[in-house]
Every structure is written in C-alpha cells, then in structure tokens.
Design a protein around this ligand. Sequence first.
Ligand code: ADP
Length: 223
Amino acid sequence: MNAIILFGAPGSGKGTQAKMLKERLRIPHVSSGDMLRERIRAGAANGDVEATMHSGALVADNLVNRLVEERLSRADAAGGFILDGYPRTVAQAEHLCRWFGLRGIEEVVIHLAVDYNIVIARLSGRRQCPLCGTLYNVVSQPPKAPGICDLDGHALVIRDDDREEVIRERLDAYQRQTRPVLEYFRSVGRPVREVEAGKVPPEEVFHEICRALELDDRTQNRR
Ligand code: ADP
C-alpha cells in the first residue's frame, strides 16, 4: 500500500504535487486544509474554526484527527492515499502513527524542502479559482489570460489566508509547531525522503518525488 505523507512549509507545493501523484498512482489525495474549507462551506464547522484558519493559526488537533481518520477509513483509501497538510503537530503525528500501527500501515514521508524566500514569493503571488479550486501563481504559473481561470473562465481570487499578515502567521506556525514533526518521524525510525522542491517547473519536483518513491514517473508503478 502507498501511504505517502507530503510534508513541507505552506507554499512548498504540497497541493500541486499531491494532485500529480494522485493522477499517477490513482489513490485519493487527502488534504486536511481542503476538508476544513469544505466543512466551512457546508456550514458544518463552528465559527472558531473559520476564525482560526483565517488568522493563519492551526485548528484543534482533535477535530483534524477525527476528520482525517474518517476519511482514511473509507473504502477508496484501502489501497493507499496521499496525505497533504497532515500531520501538522507532533500530537497529530503521534496520533497518526498509533492509528497506522494498529492497521499495519507503513508510510513514507516526503519532505518538500524549499528556501524561505521562495516560499514567501510563491504564497504572495498565489491566486485561486473560487469555482474549481485550481491554483495559479502570477510569477511562476500564470493563467493564460491574467486573472482568469484557464479551465472555466471564472475570475481568480486571493485566498483569505494568502494575505501578507496571514502568510507570516502561517510560516510562524510552521516553524514552531510543524517542523518538529519531521524530527518526530525521524526519531521513531520512519522513512523521511528529502526532495528539493524549489525547482521549477513542478514536473521537475515530481520527477524527484518519483525517484524518492522508486516510481517510474511516466509508466507503471514498479513497487
Ligand atoms: P497551506 O498548507 O497552504 O497553509 P492548507 O490548505 O493546508 O494551506 O491549510 C489552511 C489552514 O487550515 C491552516 O492554516 C490551518 O488553519 C488549517 N489546517 C489545515 N490542516 C491542518 C492540520 N493538520 N492541523 C491544524 N490545522 C490545519
């Protein structure tokens, strides 16, 4: 089974790479951020969750743990999955490792390592289609027509949590709460693969990920 944890700072390209891996491996992409936004859209989250996300801080471990567990328990995740944005605290990582341990699931952590300045440039240039969710970047991945989604022609927006003061808070939360997760995985002997993710285009990074996972990045899965 392919249990892949994509790990990295906001703006390291986890979402982009997760989508490419999903296409390649045909396993679900489980993004805790997308699940939380979906709950807010559906009116299922309380106001605290929304306010916390808008500030750039992390939402409570027990809520995210429960959402992810429920998602990973669904039948379509039985053959593997790609985790994006989770675990983001050591407490979440401990919870997940226990959960995996009980089910005999072995994961690989892919660390998308990116220089701080690149992360800032990426996040502040990020634009999203509010309709289909596709992400663009005014510098590195611009849409064909400025400000317009290539896929559905809708006007692109700056996500609330991509505003400058929120970006700073998100990076701060990453340094304080999320980076230690990497040390946690190493300390319990889980495989952590380093991938240089500052490269462009994203296909270059994808190639490195496939190498780290010992996958042929064009044809069949060799594992
Ligand atoms: P990014 O990785 O670009 O910061 P995400 O979509 O992964 O964006 O997350 C957006 C927000 O959702 C985070 O800033 C945080 O408030 C919340 N969030 C997502 N995943 C988690 C998690 N595992 N634990 C706590 N909060 C989370």
